[in-house]
Design a protein around this ligand. Structure first.
Ligand SMILES: Nc1ncnc2c1ncn2[C@@H]1O[C@H](COP(=O)(O)OP(=O)(O)OP(=O)(O)O)[C@@H](O)[C@H]1O
Ligand SMILES: O=P(O)(O)O[C@@H]1[C@H](O)[C@H](O)[C@@H](OP(=O)(O)O)[C@H](OP(=O)(O)O)[C@H]1O
Length: 300
């Protein structure tokens, strides 16, 4: 009944005896409550959101539907464990291309321990978070039925320059791609950019709608939260953005979430530039020769 998700691109994953999310065949995603306060904080956030009548429905739709918590067998075989029961955001897609983008130049929350802050701060500095206001946390791009997915090592792009980040965002919506990043000299055609990023219901329009809420909302500050972008070449499969990972959401203390808003604006600028001028930026292969950026292209 429960199985390891076919399409998880970041975060803690169920493998090698580690506990991770599982899905069922009815469209539910079960995320194990994480250690320390993380799990209870994420539950508290979903409960707060569910009872917050001031969050407009159109904004609520950017969050996975929450169905409470449930004790189910943990994926690592350790027995029953409480899980968040969430809408599976990708179950309606046949061959989803997915990108998890961790938003904010700063991923640590104010009340965190000094040790945690230092760890996050180091990672924010070493990745693109500090410079760009977001980092690519994980991704997969459907190449073709035969080639499967391009799913690069998720550590590979986290410290990327603006140029490489833009290139990955272009590859995400291109038809002339291979599963091999070394084909990076190729000028990605961005063939799907108008239908995926553009249009009145496309990803840019959704990001702008979310941004307008963040310009006002003073309920929550979202640290270390991700925007998940999903699309599929199948007809009638709408491109969507969703928010995931609320283990570090804190009370706003009546202040705008400038950290999240700034990251969102930066991502919006990247996507807008690709739409306006898809061939403006020179393509560069991953510059880190120590990284395995080729990913695996298996159809999982
Ligand atoms: N509701 C969902 N439906 C489908 N897939 C999901 C859902 N929530 C999360 N995922 C998948 O799981 C990944 C990790 O999710 P999430 O960030 O919530 O996990 P995490 O273990 O808390 O991450 P981190 O290690 O960054 O704290 C996402 O990138 C996405 O691929
Ligand atoms: O804040 P927490 O609960 O400690 O969780 C970590 C946090 O979400 C980091 O942002 C994440 O790094 P990424 O940006 O690389 O996803 C890291 O993954 P890691 O353990 O794989 O480094 C998580 O363990």
């Amino acid at each position: 009944m429960f199985k390891i998700p076919d399409h998880q691109v970041a975060g803690h994953q169920a493998s090698n005896g580690m506990m991770g999310p599982v899905v069922d065949d009815s469209g539910l995603f079960f995320k194990p409550l994480q250690k320390d306060e993380r799990g209870s904080k994420e539950v508290a956030f979903y409960e707060s959101l569910a009872s917050n009548i001031d969050v407009p429905d159109k904004i609520r739709a950017y969050f996975p539907t929450f169905h409470g918590t449930q004790l189910i067998p943990a994926s690592d075989g350790s027995g029953l464990h409480p899980h968040l029961v969430l809408q599976d955001l990708v179950s309606s897609y046949k061959n989803p291309s997915i990108m998890d983008i961790k938003i904010g130049s700063r991923t640590w929350y104010p009340q965190a321990s000094e040790e945690y802050i230092q760890r996050c701060f180091k990672k924010d500095r070493e990745t693109s978070s500090l410079a760009l206001g977001f980092r690519l946390s994980g991704l997969q791009v459907h190449v073709s039925k035969e080639a499967g997915y391009w799913k690069p090592d998720r550590k590979c792009f986290q410290n990327s320059s603006a140029e490489i980040v833009k290139n990955v965002l272009k590859k995400f919506v291109s038809s002339n791609i291979s599963a091999d990043l070394d084909a990076g000299d190729l000028d990605f055609d961005c063939a799907f950019a108008p239908s995926v990023y553009g249009g009145s219901n496309g990803i840019l329009a959704q990001l702008l709608e979310l941004k307008s809420w963040f310009e006002d909302q003073k309920f929550y500050h979202f640290y270390s939260c991700s925007v998940l972008m999903v699309w599929d070449k199948e007809p009638n499969a709408a491109a969507a953005i969703k928010l995931v990972d609320f283990a570090h959401v804190v009370d706003s203390k009546c202040a705008i979430d400038h950290n999240f808003l700034g990251g969102l604006c930066s991502l919006i600028k990247f996507i807008s530039e690709i739409l306006t001028n898809p061939h403006a930026c020179p393509n560069k292969p991953c510059s880190d020769s120590n990284s395995n950026c080729n990913g695996d292209s298996s159809d999982r």
